[in-house]
Design a binder for this molecule. Structure first.
Ligand SMILES: Nc1ncnc2c1ncn2[C@@H]1O[C@H](COP(=O)(O)OP(=O)(O)OP(=O)(O)O)[C@@H](O)[C@H]1O
Ligand SMILES: [Mg+2]
Length: 149
């Protein structure tokens, strides 16, 4: 798939989080999928995953140097069927980030997007500690395992 593209990936090693493995896989697929899609017009794309301090919280992030978006509409990104790109350059339904937000919230975390039109985007998310997650998902306690992203 798209072997002609030039993309550099910088992925932090050994990042450990608590969460539901299959749901967190959906999160990562959507965030990396968006990073991949919205950098498709770049001659040289950069996509990065890491962990940083965001407002005193340990947050994971996915960053790209793609099309970015205007921050004035940033909160709408997470609404179902809401797409900020109206140029028709990129295909999509506008459901990925809404799903991601629900998954992150069910883990007791938050997700925010920061971007600049034409420059790129970064999505930061937290997952709360295991105790909080277990109290939200008591019926699924047996499935709470450590996930390596
Ligand atoms: N990495 C990104 N760079 C620039 N804009 C983004 C990025 N990720 C999301 N967006 C903006 O947020 C909107 C919502 O993202 P979302 O993933 O929900 O939808 P989509 O990618 O358009 O479609 P779908 O994920 O359903 O295939 C996108 O239409 C786009 O405008
Ligand atoms: Mg998407």
């Amino acid at each position: 798939m798209e072997p002609q593209r030039k993309v550099t990936f910088k992925i932090a090693d050994d990042v450990m989080v608590y969460g539901d493995v299959s749901l967190l896989q959906v999160v990562m697929e959507n965030l990396f999928g968006n990073a991949w899609k919205y950098t498709s017009k770049r001659d040289l794309a950069h996509i990065e995953f890491g962990v940083t301090d965001h407002g005193g919280k340990r947050a994971c992030y996915v960053r790209d140097n793609g099309a970015g978006f205007d921050m004035t509409n940033a909160e709408k990104l997470f609404n179902v069927f809401q797409r900020l790109d109206d140029t028709g350059e990129f295909e999509g339904f506008g459901i990925g980030l809404a799903t991601v937000k629900r998954i992150i919230q069910s883990h007791g975390g938050w997700i925010i997007g920061e971007g600049e039109a034409g420059k790129g985007a970064t999505f930061y998310f937290t997952l709360d500690d295991q105790l909080q997650y277990e109290s939200i998902n008591t019926e699924r306690k047996g499935e709470v395992i450590m996930a390596q992203t």
